[in-house]
Design a protein around this ligand. Sequence first.
Ligand SMILES: [Zn+2]
Length: 261
Amino acid sequence: MEYGLAIAKLNRDDYNTLQETQNTCLRKIYGTKTNHSMAIIHHLANLEFMVDRVTTLQAKFIFRSYHMPDDALFPTLLPHVRQTKGFHSWTSVIRKNKIWQSLDTTTQLDHTTVTKSDLKTAIKQHLKSTHIQRCQRKNSWITNHQQQPCPNCHQTTRLSKQHLLSCHRVYTFLSISKNISDPISFISNRLPKTPPTSHQKRVYWKIIWPKLSYILHQLHRTYRPDYYTIPSPPKNQFGHLLPQWIEPPLVPHAPPFNLNL
Ligand SMILES: [Zn+2]
């Protein structure tokens, strides 16, 4: 399938089908609900969205196509492939690949001089920017809202992101400097992909993640009270899975055999 993705030209429906399948698998693995952010879940699983996976595989395939021996199958077919026109053509694959294009526009290099390291940097940059865009889109649910009573402070106000942050005293609760415009993205964009090895970082995440999970719940509850019919669970019930992932609880050792018996 990975090889197929590198050479296939997919339309929007194909991407949606592949992405929905991947989302369903991730939700089953993580036991999450449908309204949870898929950007965060993909980040935790260290997995790309399907559209990014295809872009990455195609960029790698384009790179390989410039470094194959002349008598390999693809270079032999290339003169015929280049004559194909339209949506499925090879030139269209190259022209529309965002990773390959970013290499082209930033370095102005001849395609054959692009190194593996250039490609690796471009892939990393592309994945980082698409991840940030998705997180920003997800957080846009608390912007541009009409004036209405805030269920938390009961003032009639616009339920803007800024109001929710100050109403729930998010900066103080998360101990974040007010110079940072979006404290929630500031933390969630730094989520580790592997359990941190530094003691200091392990302690930081074990403290901050339950707090962030709690505050996200409170913000969502304030913004969408219609989603909730029962009171919130106690504060200490939030965000216990990430600390367990960072530092799994010790499995008690079996008592040693008593050889004197
Ligand atoms: Zn309020």
